[in-house]
Write a protein that binds this ligand. Sequence first.
Ligand code: NCD
Length: 306
Amino acid sequence: MRHLMSPLDFSVEELDKLLDLANDIEAHPEKYAHKCDGKKLATCFYEPSTRTRLSFEAAMLNLGGSVLGFHSADSSSAAKGESVSDTIRVISCYADICAMRHPKEGAPLVASEKSRIPVINAGDGGHQHPTQTLADLLTIRSIKGRLNNITIGFCGDLKFGRTVHSLINALIRYDNVRIVLISPEELKVPDYVRDDVLRANNIEFKEVEKLEDAMGELDVLYMTRVQKERFFNEEDYVRLKDFYILTKEKMELAKDDMIVLHPLPRVNEISVDVDDDPRACYFRQAQYAVYVRMALILTLLGLAED
Ligand code: NCD
């Protein structure tokens, strides 16, 4: 039995297969409409979510399966003090696969150790968000046609942004990926990302503060929201929240075929008038997330080869 805690749980070859499957699902959804008949997905969300939970549920429903779950810690027995280990042992009696989001780093991993069904990390604190990474990889590969030979800029909250940490981990396995980290001093990537991931793997990267300075060299711009819920004080959040706003004017500095991604939700960091730019791909990214989660559910349930 396999779980998904980090994008590195799959080899590059396995990831290629998973992304191929997602593209096939996109092209021929009818082929997959009954693959999960009789199967159940549990979504255990101890933290708010719109896209991740609903796209997991849509993915399972598209496959013919059904869904059950809870969408906040308050509405589960966590409010009574139950541990994730106990909760997952019980959920294992009700469902065939579980997607779990938790504010504590490592909680889905703890759950997976006691689980009798595959557990998917749907975001653990500021740590990792591997299924968002799968959606990001599928979007880049589908639109740009490749995952190697790209310069990608990550902009915004690189300290608490778990989608950034997961995507960096995944991308460094492809050839000739250059990374530009665009953030204010206070929101730079954690040291372990800089030292143990980027430096340790000899990845070409630089850190800049101004988005304008990086714009012209990027193939992909990955915008992020300042993660309000992980700040220790409101004052810092208020000071940093509007540090970057991607506008039409700034888009003029970018290549004609650069793409803009954002895991969403957006707050102010991308002006709505950028949405009509053909390079704005964040809503397509949300659509790709459904196909890739369908591919993931099939893979973890051992139904991908049928
Ligand atoms: C992200 C998350 O939850 O980390 N959202 C998502 O799953 N698409 C990004 C965010 O909340 O800023």
